[in-house]
Design a protein around this ligand. Structure first.
Ligand code: ZN
Length: 137
């Protein structure tokens, strides 16, 4: 897995922040963007896409994953998640969805003051559900 430094974390976060402007959030007004770094080095962006039928909405993180998986990417180093102002952290559904592919991935968010926070996905979802036979660290 490619290592990446603070600069790349900041870049990933800025990519997520830019992406959030493309979010479709007419109901909540809470625009979220994500930037997912695949092992190939490619970055996949995602935004939340809401729907008049609320349950049909999808979060930015899952949008990014669906794009990446559908393009053949299978392993991931990190995901940055951003909103316009407040810290945006992945919801429970997204944590489980992402855990399927990358429990060791870094999740990069940003506190209101501008400080980046980096946590492993498995810290955000301890003992996530998995049917895979190999033991998870
Ligand atoms: Zn979510």
């Amino acid at each position: 897995m490619e290592k990446y430094g603070e600069h790349t974390r900041q870049e990933l976060f800025q990519t997520a922040r830019k992406a959030c402007e493309r979010a479709y959030a007419p109901y909540s007004g809470f625009k979220v963007g994500a930037a997912l770094l695949g092992e190939s080095g490619k970055v996949y962006t995602g935004v939340n896409v809401e729907n008049a039928s609320y349950g049909a909405a999808i979060c930015a993180e899952r949008t990014a994953f669906v794009k990446a998986i559908s393009e053949g990417e299978k392993r991931f180093a990190a995901i940055a998640v951003a909103s316009r102002e407040e810290e945006a952290v992945p919801c429970g559904i997204c944590r489980q969805f992402m855990y399927e592919f990358a429990p060791d991935m870094d999740v990069i968010t940003c506190e209101k003051g501008g400080t980046l926070k980096v946590r492993k996905l498995k810290e955000l979802l301890p003992e996530g559900f998995s049917l895979k036979k190999e033991p998870r660290p």
